[in-house]
Design a protein around this ligand. Structure first.
Ligand code: FAD
Length: 293
């Protein structure tokens, strides 16, 4: 979509908004996802996406969620992680999506389940291998999104090797990228300076994680290498037994981050919704975007 907002700093910016969901585990979760989908579809987003458990652990649930989310009529991108998979499996999944009319994929490596040795990587050790495979087998049919890490992927030896990996994914045929979430805008700006110095022209959209549950956020951030700045962590810890304060403070902080991103010319915002409507809509309202309630 092209959402024009009337905020002073960002009025001329075309903002691409997208919303990410995870495949629920229960019938009740699917019922809730249908409601979330409908309310966020009313925002006319650019696309929805649905995550995929590495090693195919959510394979059927992801298919089911993609099907349900696509009923909204909004372009929907299944995530597809490749580690531990062979070509036959990936070929089969891609063919199924293509036959269903899916034209956008988020192509990822994923993480090996713990206990699986290095031999478990399968025929696609890195996301770049998956991007190459999709392009080789399907030409330009799929718009391919890849992951980017302004704060450096936790397994990367250095910023430079991780940047080189990102560039390799772009060269392999990525159409655009979504970042891991971050709360430090400078990390994104530094990454983008380097990416643009390298002549990359594809959009790199900041991934935005609304703050709702402090304990979950801290645990998840440790795993994925996203830094919670000290000032933010301290303030959240002070509020952690007061859900309403966490909610209000989280919306304020993340709205400010989004505003900074858009004012600086970020090409859009990708929201990790965690299958919740309100935190994301509150942020869009704060950005001055027309929110359909
Ligand atoms: P890659 O780009 O392959 O990079 C992985 C690591 O390998 C990096 O450290 C990189 O620097 C390094 N590397 C790459 N190439 C080489 C090489 N040739 N030699 C040595 N090192 C190399 N996970 C899921 O399981 N399901 C999801 O649905 C999902 N969705 C995501 C969506 C977004 C937007 C993001 C940012 C992440 C998502 N993840 C998901 C998490 C992701 O799978 C993990 O971060 C995973 O560890 C890396 O995946 P990648 O695609 O970035 O891997």
């Amino acid at each position: 979509m092209s959402q024009h907002d009337d905020h002073d700093d960002i009025e001329e910016v075309d903002v691409n908004i997208s919303f990410e969901f995870f495949p629920p585990k229960t019938e009740a979760g699917f019922t809730k996802l249908a409601e979330v989908r409908d309310r966020l579809a009313a925002q006319a987003p650019d696309f929805f996406s649905v995550t995929y458990g590495a090693g195919g652990s959510t394979r059927e649930r992801t298919f089911q969620a993609v099907k349900m989310v696509r009923e909204s009529g909004i372009d929907t991108a299944p995530h597809l992680s490749c580690i531990g998979s062979d070509k036959a499996e990936i070929r089969d999944i891609l063919a199924g999506y293509k036959a269903d009319g899916v034209s956008r994929i988020v192509a990822l490596r994923g993480d090996l389940p713990s206990g699986m040795g290095p031999g478990g990587a399968g025929e696609f050790p890195f996301a770049r291998d998956l991007v190459e495979f999709i392009r080789k087998e399907h030409g330009d049919h799929f718009h391919i999104e890849v992951a980017a890490y302004p704060e450096v992927h936790p397994q990367a030896a250095s910023f430079e090797t991780d940047l080189a990996n990102f560039l390799a994914k772009v060269k392999a045929g990525a159409s655009s990228a979504i970042t891991q979430y971050f709360y430090n805008p400078d990390a994104y700006f530094h990454f983008m300076d380097r990416v643009m110095d390298e002549g990359v022209e594809i959009p790199v959209v900041p991934g935005i994680m609304p703050i709702t549950n402090v304990a979950n956020l801290v645990r998840f951030s440790e795993g994925c290498g996203a830094e919670i700045p000290r000032w933010l962590r301290k303030q959240l810890e002070a509020y952690q037994h007061d859900d309403e304060s966490v909610r209000l403070f989280g919306i304020e902080v993340v709205s400010g981050l989004c505003e900074t991103m858009l004012s600086a010319g970020a090409p859009g915002l990708h929201f990790y919704t965690m299958n919740q409507v309100e935190p994301t809509l509150a942020i869009l309202r704060n950005l001055g975007m027309p929110v359909v309630d």
